[in-house]
Each structure stands twice: as structure tokens, then as C-alpha cells.
Design a protein around this ligand. Structure first.
Ligand SMILES: [Fe+2]
Ligand SMILES: [Fe+2]
Length: 198
């Protein structure tokens, strides 16, 4: 079957559009974090934004490999269009990542397999794994911002200033770095890596 007539052609094009938008959306959320002086949170969100633009590139390249350049790819697809506070942005991102990881990309992978495109199926599956990880991180961020626990822990842990490298073991990070006077938001984060693989 001609690739342009397959569902996988449509799915690759809409996944490219979705990843481009996610990359942009996360840059906007990173900006909101910066406005609250949460530099390390902002940097972490920017890293995820960068991941999304890499995913977009992967989908774009796969599309070109399979179908070549196109003048106009018409899409029948919907995309989230929400706005709000930093917390709301993190909550929306958490939900969007969950949808991609558990529904959208697994379904696209199944379709690609059914249509005989094992390589495209593998790409959707691998990217779904990353989005699962993103979901875990955004879930942690939205919870920590909501509860004010981004810089708190129930046991003493090592806090490091991203600016001057000052270090201290405590249950809570300093409000202002005793060495360089950077604000708390410049203290390096502790990212959650548990619960990623079931
Ligand atoms: Fe992505
Ligand atoms: Fe993602």
C-alpha cells in the first residue's frame, strides 16, 4: 500500500506536530518557573522541552524517509490548548505526558505494526517510554510545587547550590545561599527516578 494512504502516515505527521507543540508549551512553563525565581525547576522543564523537539525531529525524519518531502500534509487531529499558572501548567503537562505514554503512542505503535511498519512501531514505543518518564517527573513537580516541598525532604539529603557549589546536608534547603546569596530556586533539584518501570 502507498505510504501516504496509511494511518501511520497521518500518525507520524500528527506526532510531529504534537511534539513541536509540547516543546513550545514546556518552554512557556519554564518561563513561568523563572518568573518565580525557580531557576533549577525552569532548567529541568527546558530539558524536557528539548527532549520533545528531539522527538519531533525523529518523527520528521521518519516521515521524510518513508514519504519524502510533501507540499501539504492535511491533518485531522486535536491538540491541547490550555494556559494558566505554573502549577496548572505542570498539571496539564503531567496529563498530556500520560496520554502520550499510555494511550496515543501505544495505539500508534499498534497501528504501525498492523500496517507492516515495524520500524515506525519501534519508534513510537521507544518515545512512549520517554514520555512515561516525563509523566513521572511532571507528576513530582506539580506535587512538590503544590505542597511547597520542592526543597524539603523527610530525611536529611545533600543540597547543592547550582551557582557556587555550596553544599549542605539537611531536611530543607537554605532560603538564601550562605556563600553566593543565590535564592533557594537555584538549589539543584532531586529528581524522582523511582516508579518509571513497572
Ligand atoms: Fe515527546
Ligand atoms: Fe514528553
Amino acid at each position: 500500500m502507498q505510504f501516504e494512504k496509511t494511518k501511520t502516515y497521518q500518525n507520524l505527521a500528527s506526532a510531529f506536530a504534537g511534539e513541536c507543540q509540547a516543546g513550545m508549551r514546556y518552554q512557556m512553563i519554564a518561563k513561568l518557573a523563572m518568573q518565580e525565581d525557580l531557576k533549577c525547576l525552569s532548567d529541568a522543564i527546558r530539558t524536557i522541552a528539548k527532549n520533545e523537539t528531539f522527538h519531533a525531529t525523529q518523527f520528521f525524519n521518519k516521515m521524510i524517509e518513508k514519504a519524502g518531502s510533501k507540499e501539504n500534509v492535511k491533518l485531522d487531529a486535536g491538540y491541547p490548548f490550555h494556559a494558566g499558572s505554573l502549577l496548572e501548567g505542570l498539571q496539564f503537562a503531567e496529563g498530556d505526558e500520560k496520554d502520550e505514554a499510555t494511550e496515543i503512542y501505544p495505539a500508534f505503535a499498534t497501528t504501525a505494526k498492523e500496517e507492516g511498519f515495524e520500524d515506525v512501531a519501534a519508534l513510537f514505543s521507544m518515545i512512549a517510554e520517554v514520555e512515561k518518564h516525563h509523566n513521572v517527573i511532571f507528576n513530582y513537580f506539580q506535587q512538590a510545587v503544590k505542597d511547597g516541598t520542592l526543597y524539603k525532604c523527610d530525611k536529611p539529603i545533600l543540597w547543592i547550590c547550582s551557582q557556587c557549589g555550596h553544599m549542605h546536608v539537611a531536611t530543607e534547603a537554605w532560603k538564601v545561599c550562605p556563600l553566593c546569596k543565590a535564592k533557594q530556586g537555584y538549589v539543584e533539584l532531586h529528581l524522582p527516578f523511582e516508579g518509571i518501570k513497572q
